[in-house]
Design a protein around this ligand. Sequence first.
Ligand code: S3P
Length: 430
Amino acid sequence: MDVIIKKPERLKGEVEIPGDKSISHRALMFGSISEGETKIFNISKSKDCISTLNCLRKLGVEIEENERFLIVKGGKIKESEDILDCGNSGTTIRLLSGILVAHPFYSVLTGDSSLRRRPMDRIIKPLLMMGGEIYGRNNNTYPPLTIIGKKLKGINFKMEIPSAQVKSCVIFATIFADGETIIEELYETRDHTERMLKYFGGKIEKEGKNIIIKGNQKLKGKEVWIPGDFSSASYFIASALIFPEAFLLIKNVGLNPTRTGFLKVIERMGGNLKILNQKEISGEPTGDIEVCYTEKLKGVEILPEEVPNIIDEIPLIAVFASVAEGKTIVKGAKELRVKESDRIKAISTELKKLGADIEEKEDGFIIEGLKKLKGARVNSWGDHRIAMCLIVASFLAEGEVIVENVDCIDISFPEFFEKFRSIGVNFITI
Ligand code: S3P
């Protein structure tokens, strides 16, 4: 599906953000490995989370759904009769591998053509160190992955790549291992797994850069409320910032400090936003965000240590940096090249079509801010985040913008169009 974006006269109103994708994956997985029932409210309806849910069902986990919540009957994982299809979801394949490598049966995990190009050596290496038996295509690099579950042992693991998925994979494996694991993080990545393990009664500590996880843990099912997805909220935050006279109240958004670096970047650029009603639900901070139009955003420099905190929002920063005053420089973001698409190449190529002055670098980009962008036909590269970024970019363009191949938005945010329509944006599908 391709869309033409029709801007409203004004962008004003309230938006409630659906459940967080990262946290929903974890709630399903923790529920599956815990004794008893886990009740999950406000779970993400994203395709990625449906991939996790389907894999867990194939592994014998009973999951009941109704309109308000979902019940996971945990503690009974068994061998799947068929391969496990993780779809487009890196979180599904990497975190589930950490669980399956410790379960005494045979598993094969695969995914779509994008997932089958994404590096898995980053999880295979630590899992082999733990005594696991796991194989990947192309000399242990890519999916499909084959796993023969075994008893594992804890390890000392220094993370070379800042990745919450790798960290979480090792944490899940350690829950079933003998001894303890110490993970040393170079830069802090999102800590949803650590928080949820604690919330389910598990043992995990943080000492400086080290995360210490006890082995052989027994967890108990819980009631979990999933906060709104910060990354989904970011598209509304960005739209309000750049749309003349806009004002949006974005409600019930997860505000975990390991996810919200984007807000700090916006503040440095001079953006107008306010956080209201902060509280904690199920071990995660949440709140509302009020954003209004900022006529003059300033270019910023983003340093490598900030990158893990804003990893999914960097292409969106490129969008509004295209009209900020001065230069924006992003460094140390090579990880973006191995996401659902090569996001450095994708966003540079597509923003150039809209007239932006963006120079692609090996580990980021340099953008020289302009006054306006122009209309053009652009493409999502089949990547949900690139599709949503380009729709936001259309608000900066003087002519008509057509974004091709936007069905992929379902991967993380199936309510995207409905939510934008509710604040007056129209889409013509072609
Ligand atoms: C995620 C972690 C990040 C992020 C992805 C979701 C998670 O990936 O880009 O969208 O749920 O842990 P990496 O940890 O591989 O950077």
